[in-house]
Design a protein around this ligand. Structure first.
Ligand code: ADP
Length: 453
């Protein structure tokens, strides 16, 4: 709705000092009847009296018009007051004496309507205010026209009342603020206490972790020392045993020699037993020595470019003699070319021989097969047999020193072959894995990097 079209609710003339009171008082009345809240009525009235005072001084007064209009910006009703100065505003501009005045209303400024420059201020009517029908507006107009304005003293008294109310309001707000402040401080103290407690707990936990780590370090040092002394002990004992066992074997050979005095059949049998026991003992001592050396890190692989074909050829030749049973075949497949990798030829030969040897030892029927397969940058060398197989739960244990699957001992052995083989494969930068099931044979797979460790 255009401002000029809406009929004025009230019009006043501001000409003398006394009129300021009048404008203020009537302004509050109008604000009240259109539905502004009490606080807003006072704000509007105060702003009006301030602007009225300014205009009386600068322009010799003004014609004051109150209207109820629509605020197009927010689609709400607003109480709008136009103050048309008696003489034009200096430079056509208006600045309130006190900047705070503008904050008392929604809008305060200069508008130009029908060639005149007018000071305008407005305040929005709350949504909850009762709707004003055209009839009610007409009534209001009539009421306002009828009601006689009070005296300056009346207005002063009213103003005093408002001031007291405002002071009260300020005081209660200050009290509320103090309460809030207290609460905030309380919360702050709580948060600080919690923070301190958490920090303490964290430090405590930290200290615990540090202590635990120290203990762990100490334990692993002890473990390392124990393992080293075990290896040293094994190496020393087996080394010391080798000489006397070799001597026993030599003496046995001498006794059985045809150039020596002839033995009775029984003596010859017993000497034979001594020799074979000594041979077993020497094998055990040698294996122990190998393992101890591997564990103590005294084996240094001799890295060279190795061709698998001659390695396989040699294994085929030396192990064929072991595959004595007519029911077991030793199959060494030809490796796919180029069959080279960087590794230690002797150690690799030892590992494969050990696995093939086991396969032949434990397989009664079928075959033992060595096969090489290239997968990316790795070689997979597998020894599979059609032997008894190994139960899943023992797959870890057979790599432990001296462990032998119960019932399999009758074929001889020491239980040191597999741990030694795995040790060597690790030294070569690879892994030794087992896939096996009872009744389905076993497959030991050595995986080695093509480029060495
Ligand atoms: P050894 O062969 O001297 O007993 P190993 O460490 O080589 O010692 O093997 C440990 C045990 O693992 C063997 O005693 C045997 O019970 C089991 N084993 C090893 N290889 C095979 C195989 N190919 N088939 C079945 N069992 C096997």
């Amino acid at each position: 709705m255009d401002v000029s079209d809406s009929a004025p609710l009230l019009q006043l003339a501001l000409r003398v000092e006394h009129d300021i009171f009048l404008v203020r008082q009537r302004g509050r009345e109008v604000a009240a009847v259109v539905g502004l809240e009490h606080q807003d009525q006072v704000r509007m009235a105060t702003a009006l009296s301030e602007v009225a005072r300014d205009l009386l001084r600068t322009s010799g007064g003004a014609d004051v018009t109150f209207r109820l209009t629509d605020d197009a910006d927010v689609g709400r009703r607003q109480l709008r007051v136009d103050l048309a100065p008696v003489t034009p505003l200096p430079d056509g501009r208006y600045e309130p004496e006190s900047a705070a005045v503008a904050r008392l209303v929604d809008k305060l400024g200069v508008v130009t309507g029908k060639g005149d420059t007018v000071v305008m201020m407005s305040r929005r009517v709350p949504v909850a205010a009762p709707t004003l029908t055209p009839e009610r507006l007409a009534e209001i107009r009539a009421e306002l026209a009828r009601s006689a304005p009070g005296s300056a003293v009346d207005e002063l008294a009213a103003q005093n009342q408002q001031l007291i109310a405002a002071l009260d309001e300020v005081r209660s707000q200050r009290d509320e603020l103090a309460v809030l402040n207290d609460e905030l401080q309380e919360t702050n103290r709580g948060v600080m206490a919690l923070y301190n407690q958490l920090t303490e707990e964290l430090e405590e936990t930290n200290r615990g972790v540090v202590a635990l780590y120290a203990e762990l370090d100490e334990k692993s040092a002890q473990l390392r020392a124990a393992s080293e002394s075990k290896s040293r002990f094994l190496a020393n004992v087996s080394h010391e045993l080798r000489a006397p066992v070799t001597a026993i074997m030599g003496l046995g050979r001498l006794l059985a020699d045809s150039a020596s005095d002839p033995l009775t059949a029984e003596q010859a049998r017993q000497v034979g037993l001594i020799r074979s026991s000594a041979a077993d003992l020497l094998a055990l001592v040698n294996e122990l020595l190998d393992l101890a050396k591997a564990e103590s890190g005294r084996i240094e692989p001799d890295w060279t470019e190795v061709d698998l074909r001659p390695v396989f050829g040699q294994l085929r030749g030396t192990l064929r003699a072991l595959a004595t049973g007519p029911d077991v075949a030793l199959v060494v497949e030809e490796p796919p070319t180029p069959a080279t990798l960087r590794t230690d030829e002797v150690l690799l030969g030892q590992v494969l021989r050990n696995l093939l040897h086991n396969g032949l030892k434990f397989t009664q029927r079928g075959e033992v097969r060595l096969r090489a397969r290239r997968e990316g940058d790795r070689w997979l060398l597998s020894v599979s047999d059609t032997g008894p197989g190994i139960p899943e739960e023992l797959h870890g244990r057979i790599f432990e020193e001296f462990y032998q699957v119960p019932g399999a001992t009758r074929v001889g052995g020491t239980g040191l072959g597999l741990p030694y083989a795995r040790r060597l494969v690790t030294l070569l930068g690879g892994t030794l894995e087992l896939a096996s099931e009872p009744g389905r044979g076993s497959t030991f797979t050595v995986t080695l990097p093509v480029g060495g460790a």
